[in-house]
Design a protein. Sequence first.
Length: 529
Amino acid sequence: MTKYIFMTGGVVSSLGKGLTSAAIAAILENRGLKVGIMKLDPYINVDPGTMSPFQHGEVFVTDDGTETDLDLGHYERFTNLVMTKNSNFTTGQVYLSVINRERRGEYLGKTVQVIPHITNEIKDRIIKGTQEFDIAIIEVGGTVGDIESLPFLESIRQLKRELGYGNAISIHMTLLPYLKAANELKTKPTQNSVRQLMQIGLQADFIVCRAEVDIEITRKIKEKISLFCNLPYQNVITANDVSTIYELPILLHQQKLDEKLLTIFNLDYPLADLQVWEDIVDKIKNSKVTTTIGVVGKYVELTESYKSLNEALTHAGIKNSVKINLKFISSEDIENNGIDALKDIDGILIPGGFGNRGVEGKILAVKFARENKIPFLGICLGMQIAVIEYARDVAKLKDANSTEFNSKTDYPVIDIMYSQKDITDKGATMRLGAYPSIIKEETLAYNIYEQIEISERHRHRYEFNNGYRDILEKNGLIISATSPDNQLVEMIEIKEHPFFIAVQFHPEFKSKPFLPHPLFAGFIKATLK
Ligand code: GLN
């Protein structure tokens, strides 16, 4: 029978609940348990695919093509879990299915209500999506006290009672704010947040306290929390800020959180050995050499929108024992002020993106990298930009472009493929999820991957236009990987350059600290020469 950990957050948002869930999963997986994580999102959007990265951070894409919350990225990075469409659901999805059922007449004669119809739908989804696991961590998005998350919390209350203690527990994560005048961490917001949970009928079995300052969370503080929040002293876990997120499994394990959980669940598994995590943290903290990577993009104000990318670069740093100094450069800034911002940079990366803002600046950045032999990695839109630049500057196809940015261009080197042209519904028009590619031997791509068939995740509408393959290849562009039927270009590179490669997919979604992605590892290595 699956055991459940329900993870809630209080006091403020952005506490790192997702990371904590991922870190707990990492320790439990290390002990040999089959762990699953599920994220429940209180917003009404059916999926985050249509939300702006400015609002919601990155859209993470799973192998099965689900566009999800960025927390699912943390879950995959900390574990060997493969997230699927069942790993995340939103209020929008819950209501959509209940309303569809109502329209089909499945509740005939009844008044359809939040309790029990919405809550039953939530409980069903939780149970159905987690049956194969020994332990399932269910993370509820949002903050306790929000109107939106009430149906989720009520469902958890019911589930906890139905499953019984020993099979289901809840962990509540809160903040201990620091007051300078008192030189103290304050527990009152935590007490109030736990009280709010109790009003709903949920007792926190563990409290994980975040504190931003490097002040010890003393025994006295923990005792106070234990007393006021009605839980054993040893179940108050502390999470001071760590210098790298990958330290979190170690921090929680030091406080025996995994042991305490397994005791409650009455499960007997081998002890954890966190040496891999120790090594990862050691590399991140103690690498002496630094390499500076310029990421030229549109969402530079909000680095949350490049979460997986940042992490993949960190992983590549671990692999090469170097510190990564990320410099986010606005492509519009390059448009307006020229390529000065690219000076003193060891490698240039153009990430994925949508819309034509800043595109010309990105083209200038590729040109700069190509001509000055600076290691270059283009991802998704980054590959499309590299193709446009090559078409314009090398193949002399004047004003070549993607039809995404100029539908009337004379040379649409990037275009919507015919099979996609009649689709107009924005929610479902993209090539999404894992697709295989075949790599040509004797290419940089092959050197990097050391295999012929690979699988990578996609999220894009436009593709390399096959009508221009010939002319671009004649001008020296190398198409180093395609789809197995050779219809879609997956990777391009150029000769006589230390490292210039661009890919139509998103390799960053598959990188892990203990399994750095070869493309990023190769890119960072090239920047060190
Ligand atoms: N805007 C481009 C497309 O839709 C690239 C998308 C991306 O970079 N994820 O094809």
